[in-house]
Structure formats: C-alpha cells, structure tokens
Design a binder for this molecule. Structure first.
Ligand code: HEM
Length: 131
C-alpha cells in the first residue's frame, strides 16, 4: 500500500468523538493491543510488556496528534521501537488486519475504520524503517 499523508487534527478529533469520546477510544485501543499481544505472528513483540500500558501510550499519541491533550508520550513511532526486533512489512500488515478485525467486531463504522487505518498507515514508513 502506498504511504498516505498524515490526517488532519479535525479528522482525528471527529474519529474520537464518533467512537464515543476519549474513554471509549482508549478502551478500543486496549482491545486492539490485547489482540496483538495474543497474535501468533506479532505477539512476541509484546513479550514481558503490559499490552494495556502500551495501548494507553498509543492512545496518548493519537489524542495528542488530534490536539485533544497537551502532553505526548515520551516516544513517538520513530523512536519507540528501536530496542525491539525489526518491524517488517508483514508485521505491519498483520497489525493493520488485526485493527480492522477488532474495529469490525466492535461494530465501528466503515468511515471510522478508514480514518483509524489511514492514521496508522501514515506511519508505516517510519515504523518499518526505523526499527
Ligand atoms: C507492527 C507494528 C508495531 C509493533 C509490533 C509495535 C510494537 C510496540 C511495542 C512492543 C511497544 C512497547 C515498547 C516498550 O514499552 O518497550 C510500542 C510502543 C509504542 N508504539 Fe508501537 N508498534 C507498532 C506500530 C506502531 C505505530 C504504527 C505507531 C504510531 C502510529 C506506534 C506508536 C507507538 C508509541 C507511541 C509507543 C509508546 C512510546 C512510549 O513508550 O512512550 N507503534 N510499540
């Protein structure tokens, strides 16, 4: 898939609002990270880590990108993964598949899934090449 441009703050704010607000969004993010941590292909990245805590940092990252909170997490996607095994295209593809499955299961609308997936996709290059 081609690299997509970053999404506007307004679109991210609309996503969080449409999902039911910050708490509902954080809850979905935890479901997403729990599913990744249990996955046969990419679960090993989360060995020894608390998926809820990693999910909460990712939520901070998105909420900060949306302009909804002031403080970002300590690391962004360009530096957060340097100490991990290399994140390859297949790992990233699998992450996106799991995200879609979790959101479909939670009956999230196609438009919101597209926005969330689009946000993640815009970091593909930085995550795949900097890890
Ligand atoms: C297959 C793809 C990915 C994998 C396997 C992955 C895995 C991880 C893991 C295991 C951590 C925890 C590191 C630690 O605490 O030691 C982490 C942290 C993080 N990741 Fe990812 N990640 C992926 C993609 C992404 C993407 C696409 C983004 C951004 C859109 C992102 C943003 C972050 C952030 C913000 C943190 C927390 C930084 C902090 O500690 O302050 N990751 N990731």
């Amino acid at each position: 898939m081609t690299q997509r441009p970053p999404l506007s703050r307004e679109r991210l704010q609309g996503l969080v609002r449409s999902l039911g607000g910050e708490d509902a969004f954080k809850d979905l993010m935890r479901q997403f990270y729990r599913a990744m941590a249990h996955d046969l292909m990419i679960g090993f990245f989360f060995d020894g880590k608390d998926p809820d805590s990693v999910a909460d940092k990712q939520s901070l990252f998105v909420l900060h990108s949306a302009g909804l909170i002031q403080s970002p997490p300590e690391h962004g996607p360009a530096t957060a993964h340097r100490h991990l095994a290399p994140i390859l295209k297949g790992h990233f593809d699998r992450r996106m598949r799991i995200l879609e499955e979790v959101l479909l299961n939670a009956r999230v609308s196609a438009a919101d899934i597209d926005t969330w997936v689009g946000f993640e996709e815009s970091f593909r290059k930085v995550v795949e090449s900097r890890s």
